[in-house]
Design a protein around this ligand. Sequence first.
Ligand SMILES: [Ca+2]
Length: 151
Amino acid sequence: MKTFCCTLLLLLGCALHRGAEGSRCRGGFHKHGGSCYWFSNIRGTFAEARSICRFLGSDLASITSAAEDVFIRGYATQRGKAKVYYLGGADLGLESSWIWTRNKPFTFTNWGSGQPGNSKNNEHCLALQSSDGYRWHDYNCDFIANFICKM
Ligand SMILES: [Ca+2]
């Protein structure tokens, strides 16, 4: 009887564990709303950053609401602390026509003052800048920065 009860408890434990799996994020990713975010501990160009996010089964992060912007900037301020984080936004195709990955237009923005500046006509990739409260800045896509993945 004792063995039977132990087995039953074990199975029940397994069932509960499985049930919770869908609401959790994979290792290193942090949950907010319906998405999971990874604040990288490594750096790369915009293209390298996107490649690594995709390797992890995610993509460079988009920000589509004020609530999401507050979460990401808050997390970056309190825990990430990198100087610059790439997001998955760019105006590479057409100057001033900013899109997220898969050609989705920007619907919410939080540019820093004077941004996007397109300095030297060569800043086409979106990043968060710590010295500006992680508000949005355009950067040269070859700049080496941390990045945020989302899935
Ligand atoms: Ca800029």
